[in-house]
Design a protein around this ligand. Structure first.
Ligand code: AMP
Ligand code: MG
Length: 597
């Protein structure tokens, strides 16, 4: 009988329900001060059955509203009120109303009315009225407050309707024990399930990662050569950063002592790269430049804008505090601390940090070697003439580009003709040189047998159906010591499968620390369709909206062969296994392309 209710607030909501005449409002008027006195900040939301007005004719707010303002907010230093004219036939929507409250100003919302909604409630019952119970029909009743002589089954929590303190105890306990329901689960999380060779995305990723051992070999490289490489050992700081306690601004270093002198005698000047050799005493200061070491004895500095100098003395305005505007030696990185951990990918900031510690060389892992080929008699080399009924090979180029961006060394094996002999030769040759062999095409049902036969002869292979779109078929296995990925042939599917399955494998192989795709929350600006039990990756464009949130819309037609949809997109909108659609205006997660595409 009750309608679904989701509490949209980060605080608990508790309803009171009763037949009219039970004394609901009287009880709430007694309960509210008791709860307040026990430290609970309350918001109350009351349902009214009839037209009502809280305003008085003649008041400005009343007149402006009657003149046609749909919303009117009247405010003073003691109170503000928002009035909204909502000429709807139907009952107001509790979830929407709750969202109008300031959840950070209250610990609990008490709701009077909205009897039919499935929100947690206390039922008030007076036998003398001769009305039926509500709890027998409504499973959301947490307790029944009734008279002494009322019969209740033992499993129903009973409260005394005349004992306000007892009801307050119950409400307080409820508020304390309440926990916000978990946020919408992330798509791609561990709870997804598949069966046999039919795998959820996460299961596929985990099965693959279980087979990946990071490359062991490392090499020492000049700092200039190490861009996008993976650090093989922890970089331990040989120095304190900053090396000396120094000034954060241009101004005056001084001795903070109490009582604080009115003015300070200027003893000298320290420029960056120089030092003041003496020891400052109470009542003394030096002129100092940003980054210059603080003289011994000095323990604070005041910027030039808050200082005035005359006759060899300086006086300060503004607040003064011991230690202010001073960067302590080692506060960024202490000598002997791990400045960068092994497994870190070295980008611009990391290279700068290593340089700041004085490193000219770094120990990095060997780059993974990836061999790439395409298969299919219809696939032609770009630059050659396109034969009838054929297509140019694009997959090899998307795959190579993504592998290179991940810092891999790439061997291009070209297009392998559809013959067992050619494929056997290509695969065994590739496996001898590469850590990973990537092919595309030929893994969907219908043509799988052919690759299956060759791989079974020289390695081991699994053909999976991943519960995702695009990119359902995926072959994964080993040829000798090399990992083999047979990616689906459709160009978009190839890229999406690379992003989701090959990327984590290459990162782990390269020695990068546990890497996870970073999903971001966004709002759907249009309906995204999917199907339950399948994860849908729609090519999409995410943009920051005026509301400060990311908004996402699809790039248009989503054919798994349409590379233009990848070009237009800056992310994949991810509709997880549990959803069959995300409506416009609803939250969803996106997987930004980041620097990989
Ligand atoms: P397949 O998985 O071999 O059945 O291929 C599925 C679709 O992807 C077919 O339309 C192929 O023509 C296409 N395809 C296969 N390999 C490539 C490639 N290297 N570049 C572009 N499209 C491809
Ligand atoms: Mg094919």
């Amino acid at each position: 009988m009750s309608t679904v209710f989701h509490n949209p607030l980060p605080i608990p909501v508790l309803g009171f329900c009763a037949y009219s005449g039970t004394g609901k409002t009287t009880l709430l008027k007694q309960l509210i001060p008791v709860l307040k006195q026990r430290g609970l900040r309350l918001a109350v939301l009351k349902h009214a059955h009839h037209d009502f007005d809280v305003d008085i004719p003649g008041k400005d707010s009343y007149e402006m509203r009657k003149a046609g303002a749909r919303q009117l907010l009247v405010a003073s230093h003691v109170r503000w009120a928002l009035m909204t004219e909502d000429p709807q036939e139907s009952d107001p929507d509790l979830e929407h109303l709750l969202q109008q409250l300031e959840a950070d100003q209250a610990d609990l919302v008490l709701v009077e009315g909205f009897k039919k909604l499935a929100l947690p409630k206390i039922e008030l019952h007076r036998a003398a009225l001769g009305k039926p119970f509500i709890y027998t029909e409504d499973p959301n009743i947490l307790a029944v407050a009734c008279c002494d002589d009322t019969q209740l089954p033992a499993q129903i929590q009973r409260l005394d309707i005349n004992n306000i303190q007892q009801i307050a105890d119950f409400v307080l306990q409820y508020a304390e024990q309440w926990q916000a329901p978990a946020a919408k689960p992330l798509p791609l999380d561990a709870c997804e399930t598949g069966h046999g060779d039919n795998l959820a995305v996460r299961q596929g990723i985990e099965k693959i990662l279980a087979q990946v051992t990071p490359v062991a070999a490392s090499e020492t490289l000049a700092l200039d050569e190490c861009d996008n490489r993976i650090l093989a050992q922890d970089a331990i700081s040989p120095v304190n950063v900053p090396q000396h306690t120094n000034s954060a601004m241009d101004g005056y270093a001084f001795v903070y002592s109490e009582p604080l002198p009115q003015e300070f005698v200027i003893k000298g000047e320290v420029l960056a790269g120089h030092s003041y050799d003496g020891v400052l005493q109470a009542g003394e200061a030096v002129r100092i430049m940003t980054g210059a070491p603080l003289p011994q004895g000095a323990n604070a500095m005041q910027p030039r804008e808050l200082a005035s100098e005359s006759d060899g003395k300086v006086s300060f305005s503004g607040k003064l505090k011991c230690g202010q505007n001073v960067r302590l030696a080692g506060e960024d990185i202490a000598k002997g601390a791990v400045a960068l951990a092994a497994g870190q990918r070295l980008g611009a900031a990391e290279q700068g940090l290593l340089a700041s510690l004085g490193f000219a060389k770094v120990q990095t892992r060997r780059r993974p070697v990836v061999a790439v080929f395409s298969s299919g008699d219809e696939v032609c080399q770009p630059g050659s003439e396109l034969k009838p009924n054929c297509i140019y090979d694009s997959n090899r180029f998307t795959i190579k580009a993504m592998a290179k961006r991940l810092g891999c060394e790439v061997i291009d094996l070209g297009i392998i003709e559809d013959s067992e002999a050619a494929l056997t030769a290509a695969l065994s040759g590739a496996a001898a040189k590469a850590d990973v062999v990537l092919s595309s095409g030929g893994v969907s049902v219908g043509n799988a047998d052919y690759i299956k036969k060759v791989l079974a002869a020289i390695g081991e292979i699994h053909f999976w159906r991943i519960n995702m779109r695009p990119g359902r078929p995926l072959a994964f296995g080993k040829v000798k010591d090399a990992l083999f990925f047979g990616l689906p042939g459709n160009p978009v599917a190839t890229m999406v499968v690379f992003l989701l399955f090959v990327q984590p494998a290459l990162r782990k192989l390269a020695g990068e620390n546990a890497w996870e795709p970073q999903l971001l929350p966004a709002i759907a600006d249009e309906k995204f369709k999917s199907r339950q039990g399948r994860t849908e990756f729609s090519r999409a464009i995410a943009q920051l909206g005026n509301d400060g949130q990311l908004h996402v819309r699809a790039t248009g037609a989503q054919g798994s062969g349409m590379l233009s949809s990848m070009v237009k997109a800056n992310c994949l909108a991810v509709i997880g296994e549990r959803d069959d659609a995300v409506e416009a205006g609803q939250p969803l997660y996106i997987l930004p392309f980041g620097e990989l595409l």
